[in-house]
Ligand binder design. Structure first.
Ligand SMILES: CC(=O)SCCNC(=O)CCNC(=O)[C@H](O)C(C)(C)COP(=O)(O)OP(=O)(O)OC[C@H]1O[C@@H](n2cnc3c(N)ncnc32)[C@H](O)[C@@H]1OP(=O)(O)O
Length: 410
């Protein structure tokens, strides 16, 4: 068998994408969706594994801008469209594609690589840590409401329209949130169309998506995109409000949008997925116990260049610590690094000084955006304290008041 791993050509994109769809179960995406991914994925970073000319492996990348603590946007390779044909699995083809992809990212000088995983256990072995989790909620609207909406909630003006008509106002809100919340993706050209994708074949019986826009003094302050799935159970409405996005720049706008969604008729529940773990809904809902909150892994992050990545973010408190990093998959990161910095910025350079904390690069990925504390990772045995007393100040410095969150998949 002659197996070849190489970049694909523009002419090979279609059979390459067909192979990807086949590996994911064979249900074709809408032409609109397929066309958009074709436009946004980078052809020169799209790898294929070929067996006698037939595509048996796929690996793609997007060029993303990821918000990090302190508000900087860091150039990040977004790994996507990964698959290996059923006939060729468990022979190391994914490993080979990841090696190639991460080596290329290093050559380009990229500090971070990110992905969302089809199955949670796949990417830890390649040095990815879970940098952001997400919450889902299923709120029984006749039992649960918005408790104590903040002042100003009643003054928020709501209008309902189509996502396309509201797009410019929604994007204005989204752009304000990016520097505030680590993990959010800067909106690059073309990506605004991804939030409008709503192929009829993927609605599962729900309506076309709608958009409710929250405004104050004529300025957009929030929005939610949602669909209605109206169902009847022996003449009683039993459907759902399916919320795809809910973004707001202030508490009153958030509460007004949530109250609106919970008040929609002919449904008995509101389903929210992919919310930040510190979503205001946790505090706004009158009964979280009945709201079926569930935690999931969401953003998997890898430090491709430990020094550059740690210097790119800011720290909640002064930090001066020597990290001994293990990285079997990208050995150029192995060794000791001194991280010195604080709220104003940081430097991170190689050192021969003795280690104070010992950890795998995967733990650094989990802590990088402030989503998991180094102390919590230490409690799970993933960070070792080589110098007594080093853990707590470093853990505080790596923290961030706003939980990281990935607003949409890629
Ligand atoms: C970012 C994204 O695009 S996520 C999408 C991933 N794609 C899919 O889930 C589509 C369906 N699945 C597949 O196509 C394949 O099974 C893949 C791509 C997940 C794995 O490809 P393979 O070539 O079989 O992986 P490979 O042989 O290189 O395995 C590497 C390691 O990952 C492990 N592994 C691979 N797939 C899985 C999985 N689904 N769950 C847990 N472990 C896995 C292997 O056991 C192996 O472990 P080892 O290092 O301890 O030996």
């Amino acid at each position: 068998m002659t197996i070849e791993l190489r970049r694909i050509t523009a002419e090979e994109w279609d059979p390459w994408y067909d192979a990807l769809e086949w590996a994911f179960g064979g249900v074709p995406e809408s032409p609109e969706e397929r066309g958009l991914w074709r436009e946004l994925a980078l052809l020169d970073r799209s790898l294929g594994v070929f067996d006698e000319g037939r595509v048996v492996g796929t690996y793609g990348e997007f060029a993303l801008g990821l918000s990090v603590p302190g508000g900087a946007v860091v150039e990040t390779g977004g790994v996507t469209m990964v698959s290996v044909a059923g006939t060729h699995r468990r022979r190391g083809l994914l490993r080979r594609m990841m090696e190639r992809g991460l080596a290329a990212a290093r050559e380009r000088g990229e500090a971070l690589s990110a992905l969302t995983a089809a199955e949670a256990p796949i990417y830890g072995r390649f040095g990815y840590g879970i940098a952001a989790h997400s919450l889902s909620a299923r709120v029984p609207k006749h039992r649960v409401g918005v408790a104590a909406p903040p002042p100003g909630t009643d003054e928020v003006r709501l209008t309902v329209t189509t996502p396309a008509e509201a797009l410019a106002r929604c994007e204005e809100v989204y752009a304000q949130l990016v520097p505030r919340r680590p993990g959010m993706l800067e909106r690059r050209p073309g990506w605004e169309r991804s939030v409008l994708l709503d192929p009829p074949g993927e609605r599962g019986g729900a309506s076309e998506r709608r958009c409710v826009v929250a405004e104050r003094d004529g300025r957009p302050v929030g929005y939610a995109r949602y669909a209605l799935k109206v169902e009847w159970d022996r003449a009683v409405p039993s459907g759902a409000v399916l919320v795809r996005d809910l973004d707001a720049v202030d508490p009153a706008a958030h509460a007004a949008l949530l109250r609106y969604l919970l008040g929609l008729d002919l449904t008995d529940r509101v389903e929210l997925v992919g919310r930040p773990v510190d979503d205001p809904l946790v505090h706004l809902l009158s009964d979280v116990r009945r709201s079926d909150l569930q935690l999931r892994d969401r953003l998997h992050l890898r430090l491709v260049d430990v020094g550059a990545a740690l210097a790119a973010r800011r720290y909640a408190a002064g930090v001066d610590v020597v990290l001994a990093v293990r990285d079997a998959f990208c050995p150029w990161n192995e060794g000791r690094w001194r991280l010195s910095g604080g709220p104003g910025g940081a430097v991170c350079e190689r050192t021969t000084d003795p280690a104070e904390l010992e950890l795998d690069v995967r733990a650094l990925g989990a802590a990088y955006l402030g989503g998991s504390t180094l102390a919590a990772l230490a409690a799970a045995g993933q960070v070792g304290e080589a110098r007594a007393g080093a853990l707590t100040p470093a853990s505080t410095a790596f923290g961030h008041p706003v939980a990281p969150w990935l607003p949409h998949g890629f």
